[in-house]
Ligand binder design. Structure first.
Ligand SMILES: O=P(O)(O)OC[C@H]1O[C@H](OP(=O)(O)OP(=O)(O)O)[C@H](O)[C@@H]1O
Ligand SMILES: Nc1ncnc2[nH]cnc12
Length: 199
């Protein structure tokens, strides 16, 4: 496996991050990493964990997501975070926006009763669940995650909400892997991404 490399603005497609002052943006971007060959051969693993360890960068990231919301605050009731990286940004964003947070967990972690949905990842298969008593018919949920690749995880989140008679209000991602059909899996929902990059 090759060494990890710092992300630079070169090669990035800036969307939500365009709104940030250049100095802050370059600082934030310098704390993302790319690890080639992890967790499988031919995968460029895009990693934002170093951002979390840096108080300034973490705050910049959550502020950027709040500035780039794909819908207005009145258009959703909850933020839904996708385990596990989606928790690390979804929960602080929910607190900042004054919304409740719903964890979409990997299968087998939540007590019954749950809604259950299987899906396919860029490098494997998985299933996610939500607790039946945390979500109700008609609820509108803004789904938050660090990254959209194939869109399988984010689409599974919508399938889970449908089982409850609830709705996706929109999707908010930090990173989008360009060249993969992620957005096509999400229909017409409003989507915001902070930046796109090669898959
Ligand atoms: O668009 P997709 O092809 O579905 O891929 C994106 C998903 O993959 C990663 O999560 P992962 O399942 O690796 O779990 P983790 O957050 O627990 O690391 C990432 O955090 C997204 O949730
Ligand atoms: N290339 C990638 N890097 C980080 N997380 C991912 N999840 C799915 N694909 C990924």
């Amino acid at each position: 496996m090759a060494d990890s490399a710092e992300l630079t603005t070169k090669g990035l497609r800036l969307e939500g991050l365009n709104k940030m002052a250049e100095g802050d943006r370059n600082y934030l971007i310098s704390l993302f990493r790319t690890i080639p060959g992890f967790p499988a051969k031919n995968i460029l693993f895009r990693d934002f964990v170093p951002v979390l360890a840096d108080a300034r960068a973490y705050a910049l990231l959550i502020n950027a997501l709040a500035q780039a919301l794909p819908v207005s605050l009145d258009d959703f009731d909850y933020i839904g975070g996708l385990e596990s990286r989606g928790f690390l940004i979804g929960a602080p964003l929910a607190l900042k926006l004054g919304k409740g947070f719903i964890p979409f967990r990997k299968a087998g972690k939540l007590p019954p009763e749950v809604y259950h949905q299987e899906y396919t990842l860029e490098y494997g298969k998985a299933a996610i669940e939500i607790e039946k008593n945390t979500i109700h018919k008609g609820d509108r949920v803004l789904i938050v995650d660090d990254l959209i690749a194939t869109g399988g995880t984010a689409a599974a989140a919508e399938d889970l909400l449908k089982q409850a008679g609830a709705h996706v209000a929109g999707y908010s991602f930090v990173m989008e892997l360009d060249g993969l059909p992620g957005r096509r899996a999400l229909g017409d929902h409003p989507i915001s991404v902070l930046m796109g990059m090669p898959a």
